[in-house]
Design a protein around this ligand. Structure first.
Ligand code: A2P
Length: 342
């Protein structure tokens, strides 16, 4: 299943928030690539991007020839993945796809690097990168699951606007500007609706308890991803997940407050021993509370507020937070590419 020691890499969606982070992470990790191609929409075609490997001209995905690509990192939206990923695979590439297009496909492994690495071995050309919120949750829940068997997870996410791409960050910045000119109106209630329809309600100076769109049973697609992806990654169909996904006025960093119960009680000492040594994570104490802004630009997932449950005893409550553009997306994709190296 391995590809080459020095693969030829393509980034599809290279001009987006995640795509640009993919380039930075390949550079930081001195990824041993033989060639780097960057692809995006016709709007960006021809643009020159300076990289560690020289100047690269952005290609129009629609007309780019996938021949010769060994690993393609896709982050250009599900529609592009569905249409173009099979074409890259047909030309011999392994596609690491950041969209939700293939995640629940039985033939596609869904892999959080450092949690379920072995699953990548079964790929048939496409490997799926999990949802950014699920990724953060799994970095904490995974090691606990392997020790004690996860049964139930009640989780509320605090998702940053960069989860909606560059346009999410632009929207928050413009709304902060809009409301910032007259913050008294936010107290009196006489505020004016900001321009833009990216989010159902204003996102600056607010929280929006609806991330994604409502699908089945009153839950959003983001919430269903947390349900289904958790079960697939941890390879246990019976895990009960109760999700609420909330969008918050944060640029980067998805947080998740979770209460977890296992096949047996897990006390604080055991949890500290497990999470204190879990790869790719840092366990913070309650003095240095981990927050989204602490994670920006950081690879590790931060875990804090770790405590034993008090309502229904025997479980654990915690807050995990990570840079959704890095571990939540680009970093994990690059780590998966590293797992594919000879
Ligand atoms: P472009 O910048 O040319 O629009 P984000 O999630 O930050 O908005 O980024 C989305 C990425 O997906 C960008 O690189 C964007 O390219 C790319 N993209 C969007 N639509 C298409 C398309 N129709 N074909 C190819 N790439 C696309």
């Amino acid at each position: 299943m391995n590809v080459l020691a020095e693969p030829r890499i393509a980034i599809v969606g290279a001009t987006g928030a995640v795509g640009q982070t993919m380039i930075s992470i390949l550079e930081e990790r001195r990824f041993p690539l033989a060639d780097l191609r960057l692809m995006a929409s016709s709007r960006s075609a021809g643009r020159i991007v300076e990289t560690r490997w020289g100047s690269v001209k952005v290609e129009d995905l629609a007309s780019a020839d996938p021949a010769g690509v060994d690993i393609a990192l896709f982050s250009a939206g599900g529609a592009r993945s569905l249409k173009f990923a099979p074409r890259f695979v047909a030309e011999g590439a392994v596609v690491i796809d950041n969209s939700s297009a293939f995640r629940m496909d039985d033939a596609v492994p869904l892999v959080v690097a450092q949690v379920n690495d072995e699953a990548i071995r079964s790929h048939e050309g496409i490997v799926a990168n999990p949802n950014c919120t699920t990724m953060v949750a799994m970095m904490a829940a995974g090691p606990l699951h392997y020790a004690a068997g996860l049964r139930t997870m009640i989780a509320t996410s605090y998702q940053s606007v960069s989860g909606s791409g560059q346009k999410g960050m632009d929207q928050l910045a413009s709304e902060i500007d809009h409301f910032g000119k007259d913050t008294k109106s936010l107290v009196s209630g006489r505020w004016q609706e900001p321009p833009g329809d990216l989010y159902a309600r204003p996102i600056a100076y607010n929280v929006l308890p609806l991330a994604g769109s409502i699908t089945d049973a009153g839950y959003t697609d983001e919430e269903w991803k947390l349900v289904h992806e958790t079960r697939k990654i941890l390879d246990r169909d019976t895990i009960a997940v109760e999700p609420t996904c909330v969008r918050v006025p944060v640029m980067v960093g998805h947080g998740i407050a979770a209460s977890l119960w296992f096949d047996r009680p897990v006390d604080l000492d055991e949890a500290v021993a497990i999470l204190g040594t879990a790869p790719g994570t840092e366990l913070w104490d309650d003095v240095r509370v981990p927050t989204p802004i602490d994670t920006a630009g950081k690879d590790d997932i931060l875990i804090g507020r770790l405590r034993e449950t008090v309502g229904h005893k025997g479980g654990l409550s915690l807050f995990a937070v990570g840079d959704n553009l890095r571990k939540g997306a680009a970093l994990n994709a690059v780590q998966l590419a590293e797992l594919l190296l000879l």
